[in-house]
Ligand binder design. Structure first.
Ligand code: SF4
Ligand code: SF4
Length: 504
């Protein structure tokens, strides 16, 4: 395979570009392995906290219980494929209400747009599953193989017992984490305690083992092997998130107006960057933030911690690499143009900054859309009916002429009852005089009206015939309404339809 230098790859990790290599550069790039260094700091602490919260939620949620009464699953969050239901604590979503899921996805998308426009790639750097699991896998790798230098030395050294032991141990722990991840995934679709027992006793279905293997395999592959390549080459989000950012978005930046020209700490007339590469060595995607905004930067902010630590040791103000707006970066650069490095330039640059503007047309638009979708969903949820009826009129034939000259139309009436009660409903017809209603396989009440049994928490279906006696003059289409009445006579729900007759 040919070799090519990945764009913006940190110089320290780059292979030597011999003429032969340059000649061989083509369309494909060999991956240059990244060896992120351990880092301490505020951002890292926040990242650990978010990571633990995300993992805890993912692994623990399937085990939460929620009492819904007899005969119903007591798992708080469950996608019940067998009964086509989605349970989320007290909320139960039916297949007919899939629009709630669509709404939730739209809500998530607008939330992501809003967060990106305010804080750049906060999602990518802190909460994206790829970031969370890769971070966890890197932690294991560091724990078993050592920090950056030790891992580089191990990889460059001989394949001896030490190498095999550390590598085997690392992969073994990765496989255990991947298996736990795949295992947790199948619990969202099955009762967690039951499927766990069935899984280990071999009683679970083939589908369960298939999806377990699929998720475990992809976790191991993406977090253990592919890592930053997922963000750089596979994920579409970095490609279009630029549309959400503007000069007021907070992004991880290198304050070049302060850092340049780079030089040794004790050299004269140099900026604050001592070219130590600490920011590069901690970067999980292996880039140099000093090269400017890059597609590969996931905004994790670990380079902020690394540089702050260096500045702290040198006794210089922190924030050479920081979460900053591009507007402030330009303002500071303009205010310090031509100034010699030093405290005066630092003060002038910082004084030129202004507080990030969180309220601006773009964020107002995203917040407005977010609120509108949230309100629409809330309204739809509050107004959702627990009893629905659908009426499907026969299409072939549209009508049947009876031997006595009467006209008959056939209908399928489907009752979706989301309640636990199963008292029968009376079916009545609102139609012109003379229309007669018959329901196949139905009981009748004392007044002779058809009684439709409604299945508790289920769907019932009936074949209904509407007949008009001979001699009645009818238009081609007559509006009629099927009404479902509670035993007490109150209207439970209704559905309009038409009665079709031959053209006169
Ligand atoms: S450049 Fe900094 S913020 Fe961007 S991915 Fe690397 S360490 Fe994270
Ligand atoms: S960590 Fe700071 S001082 Fe060191 S190279 Fe990066 S920007 Fe320069």
């Amino acid at each position: 395979m040919s070799t090519i230098e990945a764009p913006h790859r940190a110089k320290a990790d780059r292979p030597l570009q011999t003429p032969a290599r340059v000649e061989a550069q083509a369309l494909y790039a060999d991956r240059q392995k990244v060896y992120p260094k351990r880092v301490f700091g505020k951002v890292r602490s926040v990242k650990w906290a978010v990571l633990m919260l995300c993992l805890a939620l993912y692994y623990v949620v399937p085990w939460l219980r929620w009492d819904r009464g007899a005969g119903l699953p007591d798992q708080a969050v469950l996608v019940d494929m067998t009964n086509a239901r989605l349970f989320f604590f007290w909320i139960e979503i039916w297949p007919q209400e899939i629009y709630f899921l669509t709404g939730a996805l739209i809500l998530g998308a607008f939330a992501l747009f809003a967060v990106s426009s305010l804080f750049g790639r906060l999602w990518c750097g802190f909460t994206c599953p790829q970031t969370v699991w890769t971070d966890l896998f890197m932690f294991v790798e560091r724990w078993i193989q050592g920090d950056r230098n030790a891992r580089m030395k191990l990889d460059q050294g001989p394949r001896n017992a030490n190498w095999w032991t550390r590598k085997a141990l690392t992969h073994a722990v990765w496989v255990v984490i991947a298996a736990a991840t795949g295992g947790a995934w199948i619990m969202y679709f099955n009762d967690a305690p039951t499927i766990t027992r069935q899984f280990f006793t071999g009683e679970a279905g083939v589908t369960v083992y298939f999806f377990f293997a699929l998720f475990a395999g992809f976790t191991y592959l993406l977090a253990g092997w592919a890592r930053e390549q997922v963000c750089t080459y596979m994920c579409p989000w970095p490609r279009f998130q630029a549309a959400m950012l503007d000069e007021n978005s907070l992004v991880v930046t290198y304050r070049d107006w302060r850092g340049e020209p780079r030089g040794k700490a004790k050299a004269d007339n140099v900026g604050d960057c001592v070219d130590c590469y600490a920011c590069v060595h901690v970067c999980p995607t292996g880039i140099d933030i000093r090269d400017g905004q890059q597609l590969e930067c996931i905004g994790c902010g670990l380079c902020v911690d690394a540089c702050d630590s260096v500045m702290g040791k040198l006794g210089r103000p922190k924030g050479l690499v920081a979460f900053e707006t591009l507007k402030n970066l330009s303002a500071s650069a303009a205010a310090t143009a031509g100034m010699a490095p030093g405290l005066e330039r630092q003060t002038a640059g910082m004084a030129a900054r202004e507080l990030p503007r969180f309220i601006r047309p773009r964020t107002i638009m995203y917040a407005g859309a977010l609120t509108a979708v949230a309100l629409a969903m809330l309204l739809a949820f509050l107004l959702r009916s627990t009893l629905d009826v659908t009426v499907l009129r026969d299409r072939a034939p549209l009508y049947v002429r009876l031997s006595d000259g009467g006209i008959r139309n056939g209908y399928t009436v489907r009752i979706v009852n989301k309640r636990r009660e199963d008292t029968p409903l009376v079916l009545a017809l609102r139609a012109p005089e003379g229309f007669r209603l018959d329901v196949q396989d139905a009981d009748h009440d004392a007044e002779g009206r058809p009684l439709l049994a409604r299945r508790a928490d289920g769907i019932s279906q009936y074949r209904v015939l509407v007949t008009v006696p001979p001699g009645q003059r009818l238009p081609e289409s007559t509006p009629i309404t099927f009404r479902l009445l509670e035993p007490g006579g109150q209207l439970a729900t209704s559905q309009s339809s038409t009665f079709q007759a031959p053209r006169r």
